[in-house]
Design a protein around this ligand. Structure first.
Ligand code: NAD
Length: 333
């Protein structure tokens, strides 16, 4: 049994990871800034703590006496959030910096950092037919402003703590993760959840239209949460020292993603394209040669299959909320 700290445990990916690590018999300390009643998932078997990990002393409190740290804590969201909150995204640098310092001083054996495809050079993402971003495409650096630069800097920090202080660090660059128990409204949601929610709401209200950010031709790949949780653990316990892509290589346009959601819902909507909305890079995909070489595996859960589970969960949340707030809910007030 290992003693493992998960930072950002109240969030989407952190909640799933805590569940999995607890299930495997580990002693887990789950830490998040949010009050417990706002966590997506709470594992009663874990030691659940509410701490602001931007503060140095809280990071020491969080990791002291434990063996391993997974850092998934960050102030983040989809394009709508990161394009309008660049300073807030960059302040997450304090979380990783203080967690690394505390991990070094408290004798942590292994440290995992959740990086992002937003570290990649923007000039390599101007074509919707993106051949896939190789790990080396992060340099020369031209990361996503704000959020991406913070991720790139924190990756380097992991590398130098490993080289200079001997702390074992592992870094994965996640490409859009989706699934149940994550953000689906409020402004931080990402495309799979946002599109599912809009289609579900249209079904409830009888609205015949859906607003899509951009022209719908921009491309992305999306990784289902189960693949992400497997990949995080496989990378953490590997001997791969350099940042590794952790993403699906099933690239689709946003229009194709809407097609999938409409197919699940069983109805079609008129598409209105909001060309002024935040839309991010033109084309992005994960190039998986390295992960296949090192781990003999790559994320492979088909988008259609993962979206069905995600859609069903979001549908339950939206319908529950509608029932709970009957009379004053967002559909009939
Ligand atoms: P999330 O927003 O659901 O979870 C992040 C959690 O960190 C939140 O619960 C938040 O309250 C917590 N947090 C923020 N500031 C904190 C602080 N000061 N102290 C303690 N906790 C704090 O996001 P997620 O989708 O679960 O992402 C997890 C990690 O993976 C993040 O580092 C994110 O940047 C990275 N990532 C996610 C995706 C994705 O598609 N979801 C893609 C690339 C990278």
């Amino acid at each position: 049994m290992k003693k493992i700290v998960v930072a950002g445990a109240g969030g989407f990916i952190g909640g799933h990871l805590v569940k999995e690590l607890v299930k495997k018999g580990n002693r887990v300390r789950a830490v998040d800034l949010k009050p417990l009643n706002e966590w997506y998932q709470v594992s009663d078997e874990a030691d659940n703590l509410m701490l602001d990990l931007r503060l140095r002393e809280n990071c020491y409190r969080a990791v002291n006496g434990y063996n391993e740290v997974f850092n998934l804590a960050a102030d983040m969201g989809g394009m709508g959030f990161i394009e309008n909150n660049k300073a807030a995204c960059m302040i997450s640098v304090l979380i990783n910096t203080h967690l690394l310092l505390a991990s070094k001083d408290c004798g942590i054996d292994r440290f995992f950092y959740a990086s992002s495809a937003c570290v990649y050079n923007g000039d390599k993402q101007t074509d919707p037919h993106n051949p896939g971003l190789k790990e080396s495409d992060a340099y020369p650096a031209l990361a996503e402003d704000g959020y991406g630069w913070e991720k790139l800097f924190s990756e380097r920090m992991c590398r130098h703590f490993r080289e200079d202080f001997g702390l074992t660090t592992r870094v994965a660059r996640f490409h859009n993760v989706y699934g149940p128990y994550g953000t689906f409204d409020g402004g931080r949601e990402k495309a799979p959840a946002a599109i599912s929610r809009k289609v579900i709401e249209a079904g409830i209200t009888g609205k015949k239209e859906i607003v899509i950010w951009g022209d719908g031709l921009q491309t992305r790949s999306f990784m289902y949460i189960d693949d992400c949780i497997k990949g995080i653990q496989d990378i953490m316990y590997s001997n791969i020292e350099e940042p590794l892509n952790l993403g699906s290589s099933e690239m689709v346009s946003i229009n194709q993603l809407v097609d999938i959601v409409e197919d699940i819902a069983g109805y079609k909507l008129n598409r209105i394209y909001d060309l002024k909305a935040p839309k991010g890079v033109r084309g992005r995909n994960s190039e998986n040669t390295l992960i296949k070489k090192y781990l003999g595996w790559e994320p492979s859960i088909p988008l259609r299959k993962g979206m069905k589970k995600t859609y069903d969960w979001i549908s339950e949340q939206v319908v529950d909320e509608t029932r709970r707030k009957k009379g004053t809910n967002r559909f009939n007030k």
